[in-house]
Design a protein around this ligand. Structure first.
Ligand code: GAP
Length: 499
């Protein structure tokens, strides 16, 4: 069963995943707080990402940069001049909205990257008016999305600084130090997880477009002459994805299911590196339970590309409101390093042992995930309504589930409580556990099904004799009798084998 984004927001609030920020004061548009279940899921997503992209790889090292950084960083990166959205403002009620969103909603045509002049023409031609009060708009104008603040005890313009709108720039400014400290040799990546801030004109669709969010980003650097030389391509050979190239979009064709190597041979994906990273990130979601038919890779049209990008692909998810970006992956070339070399006057090149020359590496792919969008994807893909159980069953992958094992005494009586508590103490060393002794056993199972808990362990009177417990599986409701002695191994195996 598919639910709407508003129904998902209501479900997240009810089950303690996500709350409206400062709700007791009426809330703040674009800001959300993660509750007890949400923080666990979000932390598990970030931990799974870090494990796969940093810990398990020899070619990627991590950093954790500051949110506020020297303002010149954002001049060099182009954000001060170009990180803008076009805004329409009502002449009467002053309602402000993103111009491309208004065009898309009113005319049902793609408008991302549309220029101001074109928008003014469309607004006039179709007599588009403010959806709130039906009055005409002022001419469209630029709005820079960066939040500003002042550093130090002053409000002087000279002390203006910005909250970072992406984590990426810290990977460029620290590039030389990280390469030296971690003794990285090209090709290599720098990874970071952290908060980003964008003063979105119209935040909407719950966690999809917020003003404060988190990113998990990698800048992957290669030798500028070795864009065709990806030693990892074999790892994704034969992997299939739904591919939607710019040419297919222009010809209004349907996306095509393709193997990575075929998309490369046909020149649809231009570099092996881009193909490798797109397949790797697609697979990351699939390995954590997302249905492949809900994912596709879509190439940016020329009009959509950011100021720094040579070629960009998005990984998109089929949300109930539309196919939408969950991660962007631009080929940023040497744009950022060259900009920082120019603005800082510092040498950010590396010495190439082969040519005995200095080179400025290229970022061939920048896998840039939004944590909050990934959170939404896992929630939507896991959400199901079971008619027989007359209950929501949240089929989260056990590696992501906020609670992995529920532990219950069949009834709230000794000695069942004592044995359950001792099981709880033992299992919590390896798993996230929730102990629950209140209500009927059916009610307790239902609560855990809704919370996404994949396994529930029940201690009954037989447990005292046979030293076994009942393990009940969330997805199938199947129950198995398992010896307490081997319970941890049983659960570990079930988590590893989960499909
Ligand atoms: N460093 C490149 C970069 O920031 P982006 O496409 O602007 O690229 C990357 O952002 C990802 O960050 C997006 O794919 C999305 O998942 C997430 N993101 C961007 N803006 C967001 C917002 N307002 N709310 C939630 N997530 C957002």
């Amino acid at each position: 069963m598919t639910i709407t984004i508003d129904e998902m927001a209501a479900f997240c609030k009810k089950k303690g995943f996500v709350y409206n920020n400062s709700e007791i004061y009426g809330g703040m548009a674009g800001f959300w707080d993660y509750g007890p279940m949400g923080v666990e899921l979000k932390n598990n997503i970030k931990a799974a990402w870090w494990k796969k992209h940093v810990r398990e790889r020899e070619d990627i090292s991590g950093i954790d940069g500051a949110i506020i950084t020297h303002p010149e960083v954002w001049v060099a990166s182009g954000h001060v001049a170009s990180f803008i959205d076009l805004m329409l403002e009502c002449t009467k009620c002053s309602e402000k909205m993103r111009a491309d969103h208004l065009i898309e909603d009113a005319l049902k045509i793609p408008a991302d990257g549309m220029k101001a002049a074109e928008i003014n023409v469309l607004v006039a031609k179709h007599k588009l008016v403010c959806p709130k009060c039906k009055s005409p708009f002022k001419e469209v104008h630029d709005f820079n999305l960066m939040f500003q603040t002042h550093v130090g005890p002053t409000e002087d313009k000279a002390a203006t600084a910005y909250l970072r709108p992406e984590t990426a720039q810290l990977m460029f400014t620290n590039f030389k130090l990280v390469a030296e400290n971690a003794r990285l040799k090209l090709p290599f990546g720098i990874a970071q997880i952290g908060r980003a801030f964008r003063n979105e004109i119209s935040p909407r669709n719950f966690l999809f477009r917020c003003r404060e969010f988190e990113q998990m980003e990698i800048e992957y650097f290669i030798h500028p002459d070795k864009a065709s030389d990806c030693p990892y391509l074999g790892d994704v050979e034969g992997y299939e994805m739904l591919v939607y190239s710019a040419a297919m979009q222009a010809k209004e064709e349907e996306p095509k299911q393709m193997k990575v190597e075929d998309a490369l041979k046909k020149g649809i994906i231009k570099t092996p590196w881009h193909a490798y990273w797109l397949a790797t990130e697609h697979k990351w979601f699939v390995d954590l339970g997302v249905k492949p038919e809900h994912l596709r890779i879509r190439q940016h049209l020329d009009t959509e590309k950011s100021h720094y990008a040579l070629d960009t692909w998005d990984l998109e998810y089929k949300f109930p409101f539309a196919w939408k970006e969950i991660l962007g992956m631009a080929n940023r070339t040497d744009f950022d390093l060259q900009q920082h070399i120019k603005h800082s006057g510092k040498d950010l090149s590396l010495f190439d042992e082969e040519s005995k020359k200095k080179i400025v590496p290229h970022v061939v792919a920048e896998p840039s995930f939004g944590v909050d969008r990934a959170f939404l994807v896992f929630m939507f893909d896991a959400y199901s309504y079971d008619k027989e159980r007359d209950n929501v069953v949240l089929k989260l992958h056990p590696k992501l589930a906020p609670v992995q094992v529920g532990v219950f005494p069949l009834i709230k009586k000794e000695p069942l409580i004592e044995l359950s508590r001792s099981l709880f103490q033992d299992l919590k060393k390896n798993f996230t556990i929730f102990y629950d002794a209140s209500g009927s056993i059916g009610r307790r199972y239902a609560r855990q099904d809704e919370a996404g808990t994949p396994f529930c362990v029940t201690v009954d009177f037989d447990s005292l004799e046979d030293k076994s417990v009942t393990v009940r599986m969330r997805d199938t409701t199947e129950q198995k009798r398992v010896k307490i002695e081997g319970l941890s191994e049983f659960l570990e195996h079930a988590i590893e084998q989960y499909k």
